[in-house]
Ligand binder design. Structure first.
Ligand SMILES: [Zn+2]
Length: 335
């Protein structure tokens, strides 16, 4: 009898230690943390609102939150119907990031939304606040770390990742500074770095800087990687550990996405790809928010094509569920 009890206790111990040894991380949504394994099907790069007026003129006064919400909610209801559970909002500060708006849209839609900290240098630095030109890497990182520690601008909403943006050529000193600030913020917070990048030249320069700062490529999402036409570079970056974000799906480029995904699959790096539309969004200053592009093409048009190309349900689950939850888990990833 005693032996039996001892044996059962031993088994229980094994089971418990097995549970705790599995990666358990959390995802930070605008409503606080959720377990990473409950993130579900995720759109990893979309927008609710973007305002291109520039850092000098931007203000939340430029949009009416309840009006925006009314326009956005039907689009989120569409994707919820298709099984989507989480939505990564990639609009950075000074481009219309509005944590209160996102929180209220998340509450009303029942979809988990992630927002971000960081600055966007692409677009000729028009979206960078004045102080970002003068401050050091560490001063900028300190601002981002503070948003993680205390919440964004007094809203209590915490960022779920770092979003930066760099121009599509070789990195300027200013953009190198943003990448270094992102690396240092990552090491203090465990937030993943999503960088609007495009071609492979700046992507590999960013990876070089991150490694020099002691940050693993696993903490880096190469945003708009579909812009790079040499798709062998996707494989190269994925093998280093980086996340390859193919995030511009629309009705007219589905075959390109099939080709890029087949390339990832054939090279055994399907576990490093993220898919999204980079769609939306409410445009402040335009009548009724201008033209709004929905988020359903991935589900209604791309997935059927992938199934035709013999992508298994397991592989689709990997791309839409497992990869996003691993990419956005809060975890320091050192070299
Ligand atoms: Zn975007």
């Amino acid at each position: 009898m005693n032996k039996k009890i001892a044996f059962s206790a031993f088994c229980l111990m094994i089971i418990l230690s097995d549970c705790t040894s599995k990666k358990e991380g959390i995802i930070m949504t605008v409503n606080g943390p959720i377990p990473a394994n409950q993130m579900g099907i995720t759109l990893t790069h979309e927008h609710i609102l973007v305002d291109f007026i520039g850092a000098d003129s931007i203000s939340e006064k430029r949009w009416d939150k309840s009006k925006v919400q009314k326009i956005v909610l039907p689009y989120l209801a569409q994707v919820k119907e298709l099984g989507c559970k989480a939505f990564v909002d990639c609009t950075p500060a000074y481009l219309g990031r509005d944590p209160h708006l996102l929180k209220s849209i998340s509450d009303s839609s029942g979809i988990n939304i992630l927002t971000n900290t960081g600055y966007y240098g692409a677009g000729n630095d028009k979206y960078l606040p004045r102080f970002a030109f003068e401050e050091t890497e560490d001063q900028i990182a300190q601002r981002w770390i503070e948003e993680w520690d205390k919440g964004i601008e007094g809203t209590g909403v915490k960022p779920g990742f770092i979003k930066i943006g760099v121009a599509n050529g070789s990195l300027s000193d200013l953009h190198k500074k943003l990448v270094i600030a992102a690396a240092r913020t990552h090491l203090k917070t465990g937030l993943t770095i999503a960088s609007h990048t495009g071609p492979s030249i700046p992507a590999f320069e960013e990876l070089y800087i991150l490694r020099k700062e002691g940050v693993s490529p696993e903490a880096f999402i190469w945003v708009h990687a579909q812009v790079e036409k040499d798709i062998t570079t996707h494989i190269k970056a994925a093998r280093m550990g980086a996340w390859i974000s193919l995030d511009g799906i629309n009705d007219n480029n589905l075959n390109d996405y099939v080709r890029m995904l087949k390339n990832m699959k054939e090279n055994n790096v399907l576990g490093k790809v993220l898919l999204s539309h980079d769609a939306g969004w409410y445009h402040p200053g335009e009548e009724n928010g201008g033209e709004y592009r929905g988020y359903t093409t991935l589900f209604t048009k791309l997935l059927p094509l992938l199934r035709k190309e013999n992508f298994s349900e397991k592989e689709i689950h990997q791309i839409l569920v497992t990869n996003p939850s691993e990419a956005f888990t809060i975890r320091v990833r050192k070299m």
